[in-house]
Each structure stands twice: as C-alpha cells, then as structure tokens.
Design a protein around this ligand. Structure first.
Ligand code: IPM
Ligand code: MN
Length: 353
C-alpha cells in the first residue's frame, strides 16, 4: 500500500527517536512491499523559534493531507519560562484538539528481560499487560482557566460532558472485549462533580457491554494498586489528568518510560502516534535515548491507521527479539553495566526484522 506520513520530530531527543522509528518503517516498507512517503513538519519549541507558533498552520495543513502523524517530543529549558505566552506544549495540545483525538491508548507491559531493572519484586510483574485509555481532549487540560496576571489567584476547571465520557468509554469497553474483558474506570467520584458524572456515564455505557467486567477505583487507591497488584489490571480508562499521571507511574512496570508507545485516535481518520516520554533535554544529542517508545508507536500506527496488523506485529516481535538478545540503551542497562547507543539499538531492531 501507499501511505503518507507526517513526521513531527520536535525537540530534545524527539528527532533521534523519530529517525529510529522511520528506519524501522522503511524496513517494513521494503520487506512487505509498501510505499511510505515521509514529510517533515515543525511543532513545539523549534516551531516557536522558526515561526512564533508552537503549531504553525503549515504543519496542520501537511497533517490534514496525511494518513497518519508520527511525533517525537516537545519542550525544553530554552522555552521553559512559565510566564511566556507561547509554550511548546501548546503545539501538542492544539494538534490533539484539532484532530479531535479524544482517546489516547497507552499499552504498558512488563518485559521479563527488564524485570531486574524495575524497583518492584519480579513476582509482582509476572503477566503485567495493561492498556490505559486516557481521555485526551477534555477535562482540566481544556476547561475554563484563568492565569494569574495581576491577581493573586488562578484556576483551571475540570469539565466533562456526558458525550465526552461516553465516547472514550466505548473505546475502552471495545478494547477490553478484544483482551481479558476487564475494565477499570478511574475517578474521584467521592469529591468531584465531574467525576461523579464520569462514573454514572461509564456505568450507563456498560449496559452495551455485558461481557466486560467493570470496576470503579478512586484515583488515589489506583496509584497504590498499580504498584501492589499490577497484574490484576486489564484495560484502565481515566480522565485526561488522571491518565497522564497514572501512565507515567505505570511506566515503572515496563522498566523505563522510554519503552512506552501511544496512539491518539478520534472520530476522524487521522491518528497521532508518539512515545509517552518527553523531550529529555538532559540527554539530547548524546545517543543515549531509548527509541523503543517511538518504534512501538510506529507499530501502533501500522495497526490502527494503516490496518497493517502483520507488519505491526513484526515490529513488536523485532523489539522483543532485540531486547532478548541483550540490546540495552542507557535507561534500561543494568546498573554500572554497558549500554549501546540509540543508533546501535535501532540497528539491533532492524536486524531482528
Ligand atoms: C504527555 C505529556 C503531555 C501531557 C505534556 C507534554 C503536555 O506529559 O503526553 O503525557 O500532559 O499530555
Ligand atoms: Mn505525561
């Protein structure tokens, strides 16, 4: 097949990990007889420097004409002034909103090869395979807000409509049907009105999915259960804010934040694929970045946007094989042990392919 893919490498380690993912996609194209056309565009801090906007119109137009978007990371100390009117993160929030990408899928699994790298006892990690479904275009991220300005107060609003919760709940229930048929809905219904609406709505949507077992967990308890009994979770659905926090917490189960991919899907045909990690400016340009999150995001792109399941599975197997053969970037190397560069790791994945 022919597909056009817009690349938004962004800032920090974004370009390094994106280029590893592109190398993997090119190998997939030649092995399976596809033609992938790549087009680079600006987002984040680099876009601010070049155009004054974190998400230039040109980037949106390119993305609109594409089949899928592959993003690296945005942000860095250079643009970290908290009072600045334009911030790199705005690029990310705007592109999610522009394409109505309301469901962010963040799979987290424990890699047996990396068990020793996590602070948890290995027996707790056995069988850990969680899919986080994070609501991505609502809640506090997009609610009414007031900056401090000249006042001595500021606020953000947690706002959810029934429709917003329904649509992400449907995605989560359907995902659970294709897995172990268990859905955990995370909220804070004991305190917040928007979270009571969240729980009521998820209960209502559950009527369409009698084959899925649903439970509700308060977010504070959930943070604890993720560490004490991570293998008991299957699909977890959470608000934008809670999903952001819980998925970083859960990355510990995988051995490193650098391992985690994500897919942001919505009502339209365009999906956005990005590693869960940030721009890691402290290690940018040193060949220390772990490109696994970006490579597995490319696999999710093959699966969800291009409907190339065999190709996606081939990429995932290649990552497993590279890890099994001992390939380790700095973040997943044994303490004091040796590690390989981003490019050498990319080569290990390519040779496994
Ligand atoms: C993420 C990031 C973003 C978020 C930031 C960079 C705006 O932390 O994708 O998880 O909070 O959504
Ligand atoms: Mn985050």
């Amino acid at each position: 097949m022919k597909a056009s893919i817009v690349l938004l490498p962004g800032d920090g380690i974004g370009p390094e990990v994106t280029s590893a993912a592109v190398a993997v996609l090119q190998k997939i194209a030649s092995r399976f007889g596809h033609e992938f056309l790549f087009q680079d565009a600006l987002i984040g801090g680099g876009a601010i420097d070049a155009t004054g906007s974190a998400l230039p119109d040109e980037t949106l137009r390119a993305a609109e004409g594409s089949d899928a978007i592959l993003l690296g990371a945005v942000g860095g100390p250079k643009w970290d002034n908290p009072t600045a009117a334009v911030r790199p993160e705005q690029g990310l929030l705007k592109i999610r909103k522009h394409f109505d990408l309301y469901a962010n899928l963040r799979p987290v699994k424990a890699y047996p090869a990396l068990a020793a790298h996590t602070p948890l006892r290995p027996e707790l990690l056995e069988g850990v395979d969680i899919l986080f479904v994070r609501e991505l275009t609502g809640g506090m991220y997009f609610g009414e807000r007031k900056e401090q300005g000249d006042d001595d107060f500021a606020y953000d609003t947690e706002y959810y409509s029934v429709t917003e919760v329904e649509r992400v709940a449907h995605i989560a229930f359907r995902a659970a049907q294709g897995r172990r048929r268990k859905l955990t809905s995370v909220d804070k219904a004991n305190v917040l009105a928007a979270m009571r609406l969240w729980r009521r709505t998820v209960v209502k949507v559950h009527e369409d999915y009698a084959d899925v077992a649903l439970d509700h967990v308060l977010v504070d308890a959930c943070t604890m259960h993720l560490i004490t009994r991570p293998a008991s979770f299957d699909v977890v659905v959470a608000s934008n804010m809670f999903g952001d926090i819980l998925s970083d917490e859960a990355s510990v189960l995988a051995g490193s934040l650098g391992m985690l991919p994500s897919a942001s899907l919505g009502a339209g045909k365009i999906g956005l694929y990005e590693p869960v990690h940030g721009s890691a400016p402290d290690i940018a340009g040193q060949g220390k970045a772990n490109p696994t999150g970006a490579i597995l995001s490319a696999a999710m792109m093959l699966r969800y946007s291009l409907k190339l399941e065999a190709e996606a599975a081939a990429v995932e197997r290649a990552v497993d094989a590279a890890l099994a053969s001992g390939a380790r970037t700095a973040d997943i190397a044994p303490r004091g042990g040796s590690y390989i560069s981003t490019q050498e790791y990319q080569a290990a994945v390519l040779s496994a392919l």
